[in-house]
Design a protein around this ligand. Structure first.
Ligand code: ADP
Ligand code: ASP
Ligand code: MG
Length: 412
């Protein structure tokens, strides 16, 4: 039997009616002869609500209990999806992460998958079960506690199952009909891509395009999973959606493939730290230990042996960062005059494999932002991307301007 993995995101299971709609799609694939593993998210909005409750109860929460709470949304949709399929006379059973068991490491809130044994599900498929509905996003740690895979983690659950079961394909059903040149909610000029290379998708995802979780793209790339993103609302056809694939299978050759943004950034500046060997380690060591995901870093020119150090991190980690720095100061490991947090910034990035061989992309990007009067606060680059930190109020304007500048509405 060939196994197909189908993942339904939050909006695709937001109501009982939508679960029915999704179940019909599953039914069609069963009729096509596949054994299906369905990965479900929580109903849309549910995980946000649960995360909010945790933060309200305990601002610097225990990550084990965070996972206990926020993983629960997926349990509901898994059970409801199995019941809906049973009502359609399709033999189906639901599985929570620990029942599979989907084994992860102990990094609560952002756990990594270590192993997915296939014997439990395969035994059931052998006995006539046609659909295994698995709660996405959740696993079990070596200590036997529930873990979650980070926001958007059901995508990663889906790809990991596709790899473990050598699925013919992993279909990610969502509320847009594929991967676009930028978030179609920001500009109507965004264009759907028929195909996108793993590496570009990986950069777009890690720079904020939440259509796929970064880790899911990494896994698909490593295990050569055939990964497709498509709408759960449109009528189905074989060529629907976007295929994430190898670079040489992509026909387009735009220098820039897409524009990504991340709204939830903060810029932190440590004012007047000693410019001495080891200062970066003394700052970023404690931040890492506190679980702060530092992204961009700039060290300013020093004057009389003192300098300002600027870094960016997710805005919801500002408190953690401040606490880690205050503690390092108390321990005498660093001295600084002040720590200033700018929580009104966003990151905008352009991504494209073509940048490897084309010069001048950065210059065009900066000119485009200048023409819109957008001030750039921090810049970082890599081989296939350029990112800037700007005031959040200009984020949409910047994305639209860059989309125009690189003429992404036209296929290259
Ligand atoms: P799901 O709940 O199905 O997992 P998500 O909300 O996580 O859906 O991801 C889909 C959303 O990703 C879209 O609604 C869209 O607003 C956003 N998005 C951001 N960048 C892109 C892009 N380049 N292409 C398509 N969608 C994107
Ligand atoms: N429900 C989780 C979230 O909203 C996981 C997911 O939907 O992928 O982050
Ligand atoms: Mg998602």
């Amino acid at each position: 039997m060939s196994v197909l993995v189908m993942k339904f995101g939050g909006t695709s299971v937001a109501t009982l009616d939508r679960i029915k709609r999704a179940a019909k799609r599953v039914g069609r694939e069963v009729a096509n002869g596949h054994d299906v593993i369905v990965i479900v998210s929580a109903m849309s909005g549910k995980t946000n609500e649960l995360v909010g409750w945790v933060g309200e109860t305990s601002p610097l929460f225990d990550a084990r209990e965070y996972d206990a709470v926020v993983s629960s949304g997926e349990n509901v949709t898994a059970g409801l999806m199995a019941l809906t399929l049973q009502e359609m006379d399709i033999p189906a059973r639901s599985w929570q992460g620990w029942q599979v068991p989907l084994k992860t490491n102990g990094a609560h809130g952002a756990a990594r998958i270590e192993e997915i044994p296939t014997d439990n599900l395969n035994a059931k498929f052998g006995q006539g079960m046609r659909v295994a509905v698995v709660a996405g996003f959740q696993g079990i740690s070596p200590e036997g506690r529930i873990t979650t895979l980070g926001r958007g983690g059901s995508d990663t659950t889906a790809v990991a199952f596709a790899a473990a079961f050598e699925a013919v394909r992993c279909d990610i059903y969502t509320d847009v009909d594929g991967v676009y040149t930028t978030d179609p909610r920001i500009t109507s000029k965004a264009r759907k891509l028929d195909r996108i290379a793993f590496e570009e998708m990986l950069e777009l995802a890690s720079l904020g395009a939440k259509v796929l979780q970064t880790r899911s793209v990494e896994l698909a790339m490593r295990y050569k999973v055939k990964l497709r993103v498509l709408s759960s609302f449109d009528e189905y056809d074989e060529t629907a959606g976007t295929l994430v694939c190898e670079e040489d299978e992509v026909m387009e050759n735009n220098v820039v493939a897409g524009v990504a943004y991340s709204r939830d950034e903060a810029k932190m500046t440590l004012i007047s730290v000693a410019d001495r060997p080891g200062i970066a380690a003394a700052i970023f060591g404690p931040l890492a230990e506190a679980g702060v995901n530092v992204d961009m870093i700039v060290q300013n020119i020093s004057e009389e042996g003192r300098t300002d150090m600027t870094f960016s991190c997710p805005v919801d980690q500002v408190k953690r960062a401040e606490q880690a720095m205050a503690q390092a100061k108390e321990r005498g490991e660093i001295a600084y005059h002040d720590l200033v947090a700018d929580t009104e910034v966003a990151k905008v990035s352009v991504v494209g494999i073509g940048m490897r061989s084309h010069a001048g992309v950065a210059a065009r990007m900066f000119k485009s932002l200048r023409d819109e009067n957008v001030n750039i606060k921090v810049i970082t680059t890599s081989e296939i991307k350029i990112s800037v930190l700007i005031d959040r109020k200009y984020m949409e304007l910047a994305v639209q301007a860059l989309h125009d500048t690189f003429e992404l509405e036209k296929a290259g």
